[in-house]
Design a binder for this molecule. Structure first.
Ligand code: EPZ
Length: 455
């Protein structure tokens, strides 16, 4: 990979360039070894947690992705210095926390949803928080009502204005009894980050228990928090007066691992994903095997490969942990276009997460999205009347097309589709992919993909 490409990619990561594109000549299996580092969905939250400490924190294995850049910018705006002391190792020093100007926060926060998690820590440190309109992937309404209801339960006063949301806590934050309507990852993190320094005990019911949340709890415990995870999605948090910094190596990115695994399967390739671990991927591995993929678990990673033969169709339902993650379905669906027969993927977490299939259809896939789910289908989790189902009939050879990346995971599935397709594809707006996939251009080159990246 030339340094020009690397520089261009870095520039794309920094500013989230909308114009960058990649031209892919498909049909070549991806083969080789890549390394993955800390999870986007843990590292960014761990960085916010550093704001709660009285002393500096050291976070290791931080991925070089643009969402980390967004959180770094926000922490800087609040007076937290973030220094990369070694590759992937961030020293976060909160000793000079100060009030940031709203314009500064607004400019920084626009492309991410993480800013909402600053609420609790900022209320504890500064007595107020100002949250602008949130960004993140456009995959449904993605409201923040669970977050705001939880913050109100702690005693925060929430004022909505044209600028965004202003929170204050004139009487401090007090432990609360909270039951989430749904085991939301972000709302669970919001409660944890707020309750650890609230006065008294918080009981959180219907909490999310994703591995990234368990890793955040481990970090908070290192800082001095007292958190008990009970059976049946109940978490008790006993508030403490102060917290220290932490030293922690971030959990690996299981979403990135599953994405490259699906890329190996769809392209009939063989990818060793260094840093991937079995435990957090068990549900994915079962489905991967049922589709016809093979994997070998090693101490330093997992080898994913297509063992030959035909792929088999599956019925999958996305769910909260320990279910099949919503972030795994998009890359898997590309592999399912190669399976012999009819696969069904039900999306139960987000109400609008099949938009990316339009591009796959343009490339020759036979996918029908049932916007209201499948009537009469015996659902394991009947969550919402508006949940969707995608029916994929294969095998259908894909051909090259010009597509525009709609969101992070959908974008990665477009990359895989183009890599499997006959002919040339142009994928625009690939900057979004660097929100969550570290150095993906370099990794594609390492795996032997035939492409030209135009920043
Ligand atoms: C996190 O989003 C991840 N993002 C998502 O990853 C992931 O898909 C999701 O969890 C589920 O695992 C980050 O960690 C930054 P939720 P989050 O709150 O926390 C509804 C990726 O590509 N809801 O568990 O925002 C919501 O609309 C991203 O890496 C409310 O109704 O997810 C959704 O339908 C995309 N009100 C459901 O709950 C609320 O106040 C689950 O959302 C909050 C959520």
């Amino acid at each position: 990979m030339s340094s020009v490409v690397q520089d261009a990619q870095k520039a794309g990561q920094r500013v989230g360039l909308k114009s960058d594109k990649i031209v892919i000549n498909g049909g070549k299996p991806l083969r080789g070894r890549i390394e993955i580092r800390g999870a986007k969905n843990l590292a960014t939250k761990a960085m916010v947690a550093a704001l709660l400490g009285d002393t500096p924190s050291l976070l290791k294995d931080v991925p070089d992705i643009s969402d980390v850049g967004v959180v770094t910018g926000m922490l800087n705006a609040y007076g937290v210095s973030v220094t990369e002391i070694a590759p992937g190792e961030l020293l976060l020093d909160p000793s000079n926390v100060l009030k940031a100007h709203f314009a500064e926060i607004d400019a920084l926060a626009g492309s991410s949803r993480i800013p909402i998690l600053f609420c609790g820590p900022l209320l504890h440190r500064l007595g107020e928080a100002l949250i602008p309109d949130l960004g993140g992937c456009r995959i449904g309404d993605r409201p923040i009502d669970f977050h705001l209801d939880a913050l109100r339960a702690f005693g925060a006063i929430v004022d909505k204005s044209y600028e965004g949301i202003r929170l204050t806590a004139p009487n401090g934050l007090k432990g609360a009894q909270i039951e989430l309507p749904y085991p939301s990852v972000g709302a669970t993190e919001q409660v944890l980050l707020t309750a650890v320094r609230a006065e008294g005990v918080t009981e959180l019911k219907n909490a999310a228990i994703e591995p990234e949340i368990m890793d955040l709890i481990a970090i908070l415990q290192k800082m001095g928090a007292i958190i008990n995870v009970e059976p049946n999605r109940v978490i008790f948090i006993e508030g403490v007066d102060s917290l220290d910094g932490y030293e922690h190596r971030a959990l690996f990115d299981r979403n990135e691992a599953a994405s490259w695994a699906s890329a190996a399967l769809a392209t009939e390739g063989d990818i060793f994903v260094g840093g991937a671990k079995q435990q957090e991927l068990m549900t994915f591995l079962n489905i991967f095997r049922k589709v016809g993929g093979a994997f070998d678990i090693h101490e330093d990673g997992i080898r994913f490969y297509h063992p030959g033969g035909t792929l088999k169709p599956v019925v999958v339902e996305t769910d909260v942990h320990p279910g099949f993650m919503t972030d795994w379905q998009q890359p898997l669906i590309v592999a399912l276009t190669k399976a012999e027969g009819v696969s069904i993927v039900h999306e139960t977490v987000y109400e609008n997460r099949f938009g990316f299939t339009d591009a796959l259809i343009a490339m020759g896939a036979n996918i029908v999205v049932h916007k209201d789910g499948l009537a009469g289908y015996d659902r394991r989790v009947a969550r919402r009347e508006f949940e969707q189902a995608a029916v994929i009939t294969g095998p259908t050879p894909l051909h090259g097309a010009d597509v525009v990346v709609p969101d992070l995971r959908g974008g990665f599935s477009h990359l895989i589709a183009a890599l499997t397709a006959e002919g040339r594809s142009t994928i625009s707006n690939v900057g979004i992919i660097s929100r969550g996939y570290e150095h993906f251009i370099d990794k594609l080159a390492l795996l032997g993909a035939d492409f030209i990246y135009e920043g």
